[in-house]
Design a protein around this ligand. Structure first.
Ligand code: PEP
Length: 252
């Protein structure tokens, strides 16, 4: 059975103190609740180890938002997958459209990052998604298939089975425009079929595919009720506990 997951992506927000306060609040809010999904918070690098300590023993997992494509060495300013893992984080968001667009992350680079994440026992949350122009010209399925193929299709079945995929239409990220439940389901089903053709039905069935793009308390339930939508990757609405909690509770 694939996991239901609600993952927050704080992006470049929150000082260390603010991030710790948010993690504590979330941990306390979740303490006495029955929740039916895994919860992940994707924090800036410098927060990882402190946040991991705060949430230790709780239902919350910690993710980095990136990692280097090199193991170690003279790469000033970079953070390796083994460093991320040493903080207590157990996930890493890779291929986010902001990294692809603003930092020129290519499919080849992401392939290297995914491999290093896996070899350091981090679970990659691998993001794919089309820009508006690609959707309007009906290239969105081809674009997403290529993103999957170019960065993930050389993985063994065993390694691919550890990946979480996040479909994030770029036109919906931070814009307040959400994919409709039908658009999300259509793409998620396509992704699952693409994965089944490559890795087999069983692995595709067990892969969690999250939706991301202006997901919030008001639309999460409808989006998550689709058979192929296994949760969400949440940006803006993960920055306040009282906005993030109802998204987690959308699975109740
Ligand atoms: C994201 O950055 O992954 C995201 C989905 O952002 P938002 O929820 O703010 O659209």
């Amino acid at each position: 059975m694939r996991k239901k997951i609600v993952a927050g992506n704080w992006k470049m927000n929150k000082t260390l103190q603010e991030g710790l306060a948010l993690s504590k609040e979330l941990k306390e809010l979740l303490e006495n609740k029955t929740i039916n999904c895994e919860v992940v918070v994707g924090t800036p690098y410098i927060h990882l180890s402190e946040v991991a300590k705060v949430v230790e023993g709780s239902k919350i997992h910690v993710a980095a938002q990136n990692c280097a494509n090199k193991e170690s060495g003279a790469y000033t300013g970079e953070i390796s997958a083994s460093m991320v893992a040493s903080t207590g984080a157990d996930h890493v968001i890779l291929g986010h459209s902001e990294r692809r667009a603003y930092y020129n992350e290519t499919a080849e680079l992401l392939k290297e990052k995914v491999e290093l994440a896996l070899s350091n026992k981090l679970i990659p949350i691998f993001c794919v998604g089309e820009v508006l122009e690609e959707r309007e010209s009906e290239k969105h399925f081809d674009v997403v298939a290529k993103q999957l193929k170019d960065s993930l299709f050389e993985l063994s079945k065993e390694d691919f089975a550890k990946i979480v995929v996040a479909y994030e239409p770029v036109w919906a990220i931070g814009t307040g425009k959400t994919a409709s439940a039908d658009q999300a389901q259509e793409m998620h089903a396509f992704i699952r079929k693409t994965l089944a053709d490559k890795f087999g039905e069983e692995i595709a069935d067990n892969t969690s595919i999250l939706y991301g793009g202006s997901c919030n308390a008001g639309n999460a339930k409808e989006l998550f009720s689709n058979p192929d939508v296994d949760g969400g990757l949440i940006g803006g609405a993960s920055l306040e506990a009282d906005k993030f909690l109802p998204i987690i509770e959308a699975f109740n």
